[in-house]
Design a protein around this ligand. Structure first.
Ligand SMILES: O=P(O)(O)OC[C@@H](O)[C@H]1O[C@H](OP(=O)(O)O)[C@@H](O)[C@@H](O)[C@@H]1O
Ligand code: MG
Ligand code: ZN
Length: 193
């Protein structure tokens, strides 16, 4: 069984810029490579699950998404934080050109990308996590059956600050202001076994 940390991309690993696709605009958030390396050192697989509706919207192509992921992994690999697999959803239910305008099962908060990963990994769901900066990320993780963490980078802090205590108690297992603190939470669970 594989312990997996599913990771949102924009706003979680790298700075959220609207519809990122150019490698020169890629800025990895401070502390993220070190935090991801800690996860790898503790035996976690790192799997990115990212909504890339910029493809459906005609802003960029799937080749651009793939090239951006190569650039991201080139940088992360130098820090011992290689992403094991990238999954992306190029669709959008309303805004879309040709085959990309689709009410698909892979766009978060649906769980299709997690299920695609099952072709490569056997998730130990009780010891696997989803980290993201939007409630659609935590909802996807919850639906799939892993523990979800809302991170305060990207849109995360504003979302967290706007929520009632009642909502916070049901939408995610934990709020972490940074990726480093999200990893602290995960590794504390590991240590507590
Ligand atoms: O890795 P993520 O955070 O799943 O990627 C989100 C971006 O692709 C994109 O998401 C939203 O666009 P759509 O509603 O999916 O069209 C916006 O928040 C954009 O600003 C993001 O760049
Ligand atoms: Mg995001
Ligand atoms: Zn999709």
């Amino acid at each position: 069984m594989d312990k997996i940390v599913y990771l949102d991309r924009d706003g979680t690993i790298n700075k959220e810029v609207d519809y990122l696709y150019r490698p020169e605009d890629l800025v990895i958030l401070p502390g993220v490579p070190e935090a991801l390396r800690r996860l790898k050192e503790h035996g976690f697989r790192l799997v990115v699950v990212t909504n890339q509706a910029g493809v459906a919207r005609g802003y960029y192509k799937e080749e651009d998404v793939i090239a951006l992921h190569e650039a991201l992994n080139e940088r992360l690999s130098k820090e011992g934080a290689t992403i094991d697999y990238f999954f992306y959803c190029p669709h959008h239910p309303v805004h879309g050109i040709m085959e990309y305008k689709k009410d698909c099962h892979c766009r978060k908060p649906e769980t299709g990308m997690f299920e695609m990963a099952e072709a490569f990994y056997s998730p130990d769901k009780a010891n696997s996590y989803m980290i993201g900066d939007k409630l659609l990320d935590t909802e996807a993780g919850n639906r799939y059956g892993v523990s979800s963490i809302l991170v305060g980078t990207g849109y995360g802090k504003d979302i967290y600050d706007s929520m009632s205590e009642a909502e916070k108690s049901v939408k995610f297992a934990h709020y972490a202001p940074s990726m480093d603190e999200a990893v602290d939470f995960i590794l504390a669970k590991e240590g507590g076994k």
